[in-house]
Design a protein around this ligand. Structure first.
Ligand SMILES: [Zn+2]
Length: 314
């Protein structure tokens, strides 16, 4: 029997009992709160779109697939480097293949009809030429002063994680996604930068923080989002670690706070937080666990929070 039916039946029984002044059973089950989205979702499915998926992939195939595998949560690509819905934010690039369609909206509606939880994914780590042309200061800079091309996709540029691209532009993207789709949360992929950025914002911000120091020199090629390697005997590098962590915390609190202004039941899930790989020792994951009263938090691709450690098949 499904839980909802049980509540209905229990409620009906409670109603009958109430007539006979024996309503404790009914009240007990009627007052059981429905589980929150993060606690009821045991099987997640993720669709990570690429630019030419709109118009080529069949969303009904995926909705049927979710149904067949009994997925009760979906994580769907929505925006960032490419928007898979008709965004109204300037420089938020709509997929060239989107046409008049709304791939995200179609899937969100379909998932909602199946009572699935929905997280929408943003990817802020890269940008196209028109973004570079309009806001060159949003692009990450290497130690030799050159704007950074994307390592795998040479027509894209790598964005600076700690400046106005994330703090201003992506905050507006998150807000539009929340307003348009009301997902249960936003999951941000590759949000925390790739190596040390030497753009004008990072240079001036670090100078202010460190009392006038230059950013530590690093030729780390920075494919990773982890803390860039460096010399722990170098005071600039030691201060850089503190400054970077602080900026990322500031960014997470900004994004999460803006999302929760719209709905306190929602959260911003970062794809890892480069302080400590252990969720228990990670301040952001600890905060999310405490906020939701969960015992565990899986911080990989699927931000599951659970109130117990029961196997997923129970
Ligand atoms: Zn920068």
């Amino acid at each position: 029997m499904q839980r909802r039916n049980f509540i209905k039946i229990a409620g009906a029984i409670g109603g009958m009992m109430a007539a006979n002044q024996f309503n404790a059973f009914g009240q007990m089950y009627q007052s059981t709160p429905a589980p929150a989205w993060y606690d009821k979702t045991m099987r997640w499915a993720q669709l990570a779109f690429v630019e030419n998926d709109p118009g080529q992939c069949d969303p009904d195939f995926w909705l049927n697939y979710f149904k067949r595998i009994h997925a009760d949560g979906a994580l769907l690509s929505a925006g960032g480097v490419v928007a898979f819905y008709p965004t109204n934010i300037p420089l938020h690039h709509r997929s060239d293949y989107l046409g008049n369609t709304d791939l995200v909206g179609y899937l969100v509606n379909g998932c909602r009809k199946m009572n699935m939880s929905i997280l929408l994914r943003t990817d802020p780590h890269a940008a196209r030429q028109e973004v570079y042309d309009a806001h060159p200061e949003w692009i990450a800079v290497s130690v030799d002063g050159m704007k950074r091309r994307h390592w795998a996709n040479p027509e894209l540029w790598v964005t600076c994680a700690l400046g106005p691209y994330n703090f201003d532009f992506m905050t507006r993207v998150n807000a539009e996604i929340m307003d348009r789709f009301q997902p249960d949360g936003i999951f941000s992929n590759r949000w925390s930068g790739h190596g040390i950025c030497y753009c004008e914002h990072c240079q001036s911000s670090f100078r202010t923080f460190s009392g006038g120091l230059d950013l530590p020199k690093s030729t780390h090629n920075a494919l990773s989002t982890a803390m860039p390697a460096g010399d722990l005997n170098d005071s600039a590098y030691v201060k850089y670690r503190v400054w970077r962590t602080g900026r990322l915390k500031e960014l997470w609190f900004l994004w999460d706070g803006e999302i929760r202004k719209k709905n306190p039941a929602r959260d911003l899930f970062p794809m890892a937080f480069p302080i400590n790989s252990s969720p228990a020792n990670n301040p952001i994951f600890s905060l999310l666990i405490n906020r939701r009263g969960a015992d565990t938090f899986h911080h990989g691709q699927m931000p599951n929070m659970r109130k117990n450690f029961a196997p997923q098949w129970v």
